[in-house]
Design a protein. Structure first.
Length: 100
């Protein structure tokens, strides 16, 4: 998904709303849920060419999958990656608490 005129932090927030929406889907039982892993990259901070931007967002998505799935990873600086993972972890815990 390409978000025009959207700063990196706002893209992470959109990604988090998508992650929460997918996690909340009722697919017929407790073992039938699905999760998403989302990678983000921002123009021009992470890349100035469309192909490079998509590659970096893709890299971030695969990092999210490797690190446990059901999370968001931003390609940006290590601080951004850690912040995105922290927020995802906190919200995942909140989602699980609501289901209990």
């Amino acid at each position: 998904m390409i978000l025009l005129d959207t700063p990196g932090d706002a893209a992470v927030e959109v990604a988090e709303r998508i992650r929460q929406g997918v996690a909340a889907l009722d697919l017929g039982g407790p073992d039938r849920g699905i999760t998403v892993s989302i990678g983000t990259a921002a123009f021009p901070d992470d890349a100035t060419l469309m192909e490079e931007l998509v590659d970096k967002a893709d890299w971030a998505m695969y990092l999210a999958k490797r690190e446990g799935r059901d999370r968001i990873v931003s390609f940006g600086s290590a601080g951004h990656v850690e912040e995105a993972e922290r927020r995802t972890s906190e919200r995942r815990t909140d989602d699980q608490d609501r289901r209990s």
